[in-house]
Design a protein around this ligand. Sequence first.
Ligand code: COA
Length: 373
Amino acid sequence: MKTPVISATGLWTPPHSISNAELVESYNQWADNWNLEREADIASGAIEPKTHSSVEFIEKASGIKSRYVINKSGVLDPDIMAPRIAERPNDKISVLAEIAVNAARQALDRAGRKPEDIDAVICAASNMQRAYPAMAIEVQEALGCSGFAFDMNVACSSATFGIQTAADFVRSGSARSVLMVNPEICSGHLNFTDRDSHFIFGDVATAVLVEDKDFAPAEHWNILGTKLKTSFSNNIRNNFGFLNRAAPEGIDAPDKLFKQEGRKVFKEVVPMVAEMINTHMDELGLDKDGLRRMWLHQANANMNRLISSRVLGREASDDESPTVLDTYANTSSAGSIIAFHKHSDDFKAGDKGLICSFGAGYSAGTVFVEKSA
Ligand code: COA
């Protein structure tokens, strides 16, 4: 049986960033316009006015200070409140595949790998641009990889599910080198007119190269163990799909965009994930004191604080549980991979860490890694 390892990661960050102040200003303008248009109904008490969003709330409740987006002007225009990303003709690569290729090229460069050595591509992300052909096959074509490619979606847990899938392919001999990409255009499924969630997400793309240890570069990450879990919940939903494409779009059909019961998610997911990490650590014979760092899913800073304290038995330092939420916001499946990519260069041989993701489904995944000699 082959031994899978992580050879390298890649990250592509969009050029535009939106601060909380900019986002709140456009939301508040949109809300004022909405109220003005319904002045009579609001005055008669028939409908409730929209209330303002606030920078202070966003930062305190989530830890988010800004987010990167592919299109800034549409998101911030109170008459649009959505990204405006031009449709591309069929002979051009899709935006989702393009940003995945950007992240993938960095991972290949860092591993010193040629595209023709890759024999499987997995596109693991929350929101695919279309049903088919698969974005993963576009990535395969654009890079010039051989073998097979497919898309998979496990919402915010897509990357850890993708890593386990890739590792299983390597272990079984189905593939020697698997490129797993997480292009996330979260701004496309976020309702920027929903005060409760308009601040949550950002756009990004990450890539992880999972390979047979005998083929991988000398410097790599041993995969000590992977574990996946799902448990049904309605608390995070997005009902958009091809069976309801005739439904009105945007603010009139908010359930066709991201929707959540944030409080319930917080309360239910924290214990589920902490228990999962602790159980997996026990199964692998690992000790919390031997865990150098946790690269947790980046949804909410308070959530990560609680999860890490349930694992360590005390509050984790920024070094032990780094955040990228402040600059990237929640980037769905890519969050824990951005944290891993940006905060792992200081690891020495034998240092151990945990990549962990969780989200809609509910779903959660843990990947324990160790820096190679
Ligand atoms: N600006 C100002 N006030 C706001 C606001 C905004 N943008 N959004 C909500 N509020 C208000 C609410 O109206 C509420 O006011 P009230 O107490 O007068 O009723 C108050 O702030 C608290 O709202 P609540 O929704 O309970 O906030 P919260 O502390 O639960 O934080 C989240 C909201 C979304 C940040 C938090 O619940 C969260 O991150 N949950 C986990 C989400 C998650 O991980 N999802 C996975 C996605 S992949």
